[in-house]
Every structure is written in structure tokens, then in C-alpha cells.
Design a protein around this ligand. Structure first.
Ligand code: ATP
Length: 270
């Protein structure tokens, strides 16, 4: 329903301290926070504020979290939709959802609009002539392009989008004045995993033997989302054992479980 589209327009409590690692991405996005806080500082000098940035990287690496953190840091509203929410059977529905989203955002500017899984609407046009429903997706993409060109650079609406498939996106989206910035969000290295563990260990009651550096070593290839999962799972395992604190072995069991889950997922993919 229409009302549901905007239900993620939420009280923002996320800020950059909730996003561990990703120093480079945060640094690049810091500028957008500055634009949102003090647009005059840039426009007075005749500068144009960028319209948006594309966050590119594997699932669970913190793209959504980063987008929310920008809104949190700048203290502006956050509107979000997933690309798949625009893909509908009925002609015109996707395009009208795009229009509604930007109309609402312009009313609340300065603000962030975030489109997750942009590839669901942003795939290159005209590549799949045999697929039904393609025209409808193209209408939606065209509407998105129109909106991006339509809102003035200084309207205060910043569009962020996320994808793990930048390679399949329509080139038109990358043209100057649209997503002119691409920000890469990669899987965390050992040092970053340690930092992510520190964020997610914060709320837990821990045994002294639990060390973020040890956990980081046990989790090569894990995304931030996997690490959040490990911490939560460890707490559940400890609770099931009627423990008062979460112990190292609970984490090791949780890691095993998550590794098992990842292996299953990879098997399905490959
Ligand atoms: P997807 O592509 O699957 O949408 P995403 O890149 O948008 O993934 P998020 O939704 O931001 O990933 O991450 C999921 C959760 O994983 C976050 O809510 C957070 O709990 C945790 N997480 C991911 N990355 C980080 C990070 N760098 N620091 C702290 N927590 C993180």
C-alpha cells in the first residue's frame, strides 16, 4: 500500500560511531554531511552540491548503515525504499512510486533518499527483449532519471543508492549530475572485523576472556552483518545454557553456526 512505502522514514539514531571500519567511505561521505548541515557554505562560493552517491559492495557490508549514519550525523530525515519495491506488475505503478518518493522528500528537504538494491530498477535498458514486464521497469528507471535531473542541485535532497552489481547498471545513471560518485564498501579486513566486533559486543554481558582480536581472527570472509549475527547468536546460545554472561565458547559455537549457514548459501549459489 502507499502508506507502507514511507514507513521507513524514521527517527534516526544511527551515526558514524555505529559504523566500524570503512574509514575511506566515511571520509568521502563526510562531505555530504557537511552539505546537508551547511549548504550555504558551498553554494555561496558558487559550488554545486552533488546530487547523490552510489554505494557499491557485497551484501551486509554496511551500505544501508552508512546511509542512515549520514542522515543521523546531519540530523535530517531519511527516506528509504528498496529497488524491488518499485517493480510491479501494473503499468505505471513503479514510476508513480518514484514520483511520490521524491515529492515527499522535496517537502522535507534537506533530507536523504536511500534506494537499496537499485539494480532491481537500474539494470541497463533494452538488454532483455524477451523478458516480460521489462517496459514497466524501464518506465520506472526513466522516471528515476527524470527526477534526478529535475531536482535542482541545491534542493537539499541527496540521493544515495546501494548495489552489489554496479557492472549491470544503466550507464545513464552514472552520467555527470546523477550518481557522479561511487563509493566502494568492501568486506572488512582483520582490523576492521575487530572494530565491528567492538561495536556489537558493546551491549552484551561478557566474560573477560572474550576478546575482539581473537574473534576477528576466527572470522575471515565475514561481513559486518555476519559479525552482528555472531554476537547475537552467541548471546542466544548463552541464554539457552542459562548463563549469566556470554563466554568464548558461545562465540565459537556461534561462528560455527554462521559458517555452516554461509557454506549452505554458497552451495546454492554455485
Ligand atoms: P545489503 O546489501 O544486504 O542490503 P548492506 O551493505 O546494506 O547489505 P547493512 O544492512 O548496512 O548492509 O548491514 C546489516 C547489519 O550488519 C547492520 O545493521 C549492522 O548491524 C551490521 N554491520 C554491517 N556493517 C557494519 C559495520 N561496518 N559496522 C558495524 N556494523 C555493521
Amino acid at each position: 500500500s502507499r502508506a507502507k512505502i514511507f514507513d521507513k522514514e524514521a527517527e534516526i539514531k544511527v551515526n558514524f560511531t555505529d559504523v566500524a571500519g570503512l574509514a575511506e567511505a566515511k571520509q568521502e561521505l563526510e562531505e555530504i554531511v557537511e552539505f546537508l548541515k551547511k549548504p550555504e557554505k558551498f553554494t555561496n562560493l558558487g559550488g554545486k552540491i552533488p546530487k547523490g552517491a552510489l554505494l557499491v559492495g557485497p551484501p551486509g557490508t554496511g551500505k544501508t548503515l552508512l546511509a542512515k549514519a549520514i542522515a543521523g550525523e546531519a540530523n535530517v530525515p531519511f527516506f528509504s525504499m528498496s529497488g524491488s519495491d518499485f517493480v510491479e506488475m501494473f503499468v505505471g505503478v513503479g514510476a508513480s512510486r518514484v514520483r511520490d518518493l521524491f515529492k515527499k522528500a522535496k517537502e522535507k528537504a534537506p533530507c536523504i533518499v536511500f534506494i537499496d538494491e537499485i539494480d532491481a530498477i537500474g539494470r541497463a535498458r533494452g538488454k532483455n527483449p524477451n523478458m516480460g514486464g521489462n517496459d514497466e521497469r524501464e518506465n520506472t528507471l526513466n522516471q528515476l532519471l527524470t527526477e534526478m535531473d529535475g531536482f535542482g542541485t541545491n534542493s537539499g535532497v541527496i540521493l544515495l543508492a546501494a548495489t552489489n552489481r554496479a557492472d549491470i547498471l544503466d550507464r545513464a545513471l552514472m552520467r555527470a549530475g546523477r550518481f557522479d560518485r561511487q563509493i566502494h564498501v568492501e568486506l572488512p579486513d582483520i582490523k576492521e572485523r575487530k572494530q565491528i566486533f567492538e561495536v556489537h559486543l558493546r551491549p552484551l554481558k561478557l566474560s573477560k576472556e572474550v576478546k575482539s582480536s581473537f574473534l576477528a581472527k576466527q572470522t575471515p570472509g565475514f561481513s559486518g552483518a555476519d559479525i552482528a549475527n555472531v554476537c547475537n547468536e552467541a548471546a542466544l546460545i548463552a541464554a539457552r545454557g542459562d548463563k549469566e554472561i556470554v563466554e568464548k565458547e558461545d562465540f565459537l559455537n556461534a561462528v560455527d553456526r554462521i559458517v555452516g549457514g554461509l557454506e549452505k548459501k554458497n552451495k546454492i549459489i554455485s
